[in-house]
Design a protein around this ligand. Structure first.
Ligand SMILES: Cc1cc2nc3c(=O)[nH]c(=O)nc-3n(C[C@H](O)[C@H](O)[C@H](O)COP(=O)(O)OP(=O)(O)OC[C@H]3O[C@@H](n4cnc5c(N)ncnc54)[C@H](O)[C@@H]3O)c2cc1C
Length: 474
């Protein structure tokens, strides 16, 4: 009898005119569309909906109608076709580390990619993985076999799928471009339900567009990466500068000659609490008995604020942020709002722009990282990852945490907008993992000469504009 009641109360269909789910009993008497058979689960309960109505930014909240825990890529195809029939939006959520609702949907369906997390094959040259696998899990699996990926981000708790859509910038970008540049092939389900298999040699326009496409054209289900031999050790070099000018000269010198395996950097409040210092963070990878030559690596560099050398094993080096993140989580700071601003600045403008921003900040109050490091434009080849029109580009990121009050958050978002506009006027671009209000006009100007292609592909691959509405493009 209990089984009978459960069957009657189980949700089996959707009523498009009222945008509501129906039980089997209700569905008998109402025009509705039956939910397809799935290998995974479609959840409707409040805790499941609330869990995906928020993200790392803790600024935007949008509650979906359902959450899919896919049991297979076919489930995703079925749900996209279903969403087309019932007219609701869909977003794949990777690790939900977006700052401004980019992976959320209001009254639509969120697909939780964490349930699509198999590493399918791993050879000495390639690895094929599901899009929900995290960079941490992938690196762990490849590292155990002495292999690694060409580009990794600072934090490894991000999903392969999410990174493939935004780009993914890190200390290896100087040599290999963005994370999305390194991908060799992928499988995806377009917004119209079409299954896509593409690669650097097959359906290349689709392939290039799906990478860095901000989730607009399709949901990536599987990705193929190249592997390279992993060194066993990393020697990190922390070079301190008291002067921005010198810091930039040295950053560009080492970018040009490529002497370091890894290159990043940040602006750091001076220990006195007044003014700033600049930290060039580099690393040289090696496998003993080979060792890096400190003399050669530091030759010609004019750091004047000190030098620290640190030894790591390669995996711990790549996973270096894990303990800091755990601490933030334990302290509860992870749950605070994160109105982050990430910009790409043209090299010629970086000194004056960064100086003006820093003048408005009180060094003693800044607790979060301000990233500032260069890479080369020509290394970023995916057409929808937009960068300034100069060969030397800087990533400038103000990774701020706000007090959990709407006034504090809104003030920082207004500042983000102000600084974005100043950067844009100098030829800068948003690296779109921001808490930054962006209008349709902003997107057209962001994509610039690629806008028409972007809009054409959207019209053909996702004609009902169902995918990733949280990006706010349409
Ligand atoms: C602590 C921290 C550290 C970070 N470090 C770096 C860094 O070093 N370098 C860097 O470049 N960025 C960094 N980021 C930013 C990060 O790259 C983006 O926030 C990225 O989107 C996060 O991945 P995710 O898996 O959480 O994606 P989500 O936030 O879940 O999704 C991002 C977007 O991609 C879409 N999406 C997700 N999966 C798929 C898929 N399989 N197919 C199609 N669309 C999909 C979503 O719908 C959404 O629009 C960091 C963020 C945090 C919070």
């Amino acid at each position: 009898m209990l089984r009978g009641i459960a069957a009657e109360t189980a949700i089996v269909a959707f009523e498009p005119s009222k945008k509501q789910w129906l039980t089997s009993e209700q569905a008998q008497f109402t025009p509705s569309v039956a939910i397809p058979n799935l290998n995974g689960r479609l959840l409707f309960d409040s805790p499941s909906l609330a869990a995906v109505a928020n993200d790392f930014g803790h600024i935007v909240r949008r509650t979906p109608l359902a959450v899919l825990q896919p049991g297979s890529a076919q489930d995703i195809a079925k749900i996209i076709l279903y969403a087309n029939r019932i007219g609701v939006t869909v977003a794949m959520r990777g690790q939900g580390h977006s700052p401004y609702g980019q992976a959320q949907v209001e009254a639509g369906i969120v697909i939780d990619s964490r349930f699509l997390n198999t590493i399918h094959s791993l050879s000495s040259t390639e690895v094929v993985v599901d899009a929900g696998v995290t960079l941490f899990a992938l690196l762990l699996a490849t590292w155990e076999r002495g292999m690694t990926l060409p580009v990794l981000t600072d934090y490894l708790g991000l999903s392969i799928g999410g990174l493939s859509q935004v780009g993914g910038i890190g200390g290896h970008t100087q040599h290999f471009g963005s994370f999305a540049d390194t991908i060799l092939g992928l499988e995806a389900i377009a917004g119209n339900g079409q299954q896509i298999v593409c690669s650097s040699t097959q359906k290349t326009e689709l392939f290039n567009s799906l990478l860095g496409g901000l989730g607009q054209f399709g949901i990536v289900t599987q990705v193929t990466f190249p592997l390279i031999p992993a060194p066993t050790n990393a020697r990190a070099y922390h070079l301190s500068y008291t002067c921005l000018d010198r810091y930039l000269v040295d950053q560009e010198r080492v970018l040009k000659d490529g002497r370091f395996s890894f290159l990043k950097g940040q602006v750091v409040p001076h220990p006195s609490g007044s003014g700033w210092t600049y930290l060039l963070e580099a690393a040289s990878y090696y496998t003993p008995p080979e060792t890096p030559s400190d003399e050669a690596l530091l030759n010609g560099l004019s750091f004047d604020g000190g030098l620290a050398l640190l030894e790591f094993n390669y995996f711990d080096w790549q996973n270096r942020l894990a303990s800091a993140v755990s601490e933030l989580q334990l302290k509860g700071v992870w749950e605070y709002p994160h109105p982050w601003l990430n910009l790409f600045l043209p090299g010629s403008q970086v000194k004056s722009y960064v100086s003006s921003v820093l003048q408005t900040l009180t060094a003693s109050k800044v607790k979060e990282p301000i990233l500032l490091y260069p890479f080369r434009r020509s290394k970023l080849t995916r057409p929808f990852i937009k960068t300034p029109q100069e060969e030397t580009i800087y990533l400038f990121s103000i990774l701020q945490t706000a007090k959990p009050s709407p006034e504090a958050v809104n003030a920082l978002i207004a500042k983000n907008r102000y600084w974005f506009e100043r950067a844009r006027d100098l030829g800068g671009k948003s690296y779109p993992v921001n808490a930054l209000p962006f209008s349709r006009e902003d997107w057209v100007s962001h994509f610039d000469d690629s806008w028409e292609t972007f809009a054409r592909l959207k019209a053909s691959l996702d004609p009902r504009q169902l995918l990733a509405p949280g990006q706010g493009i349409w």
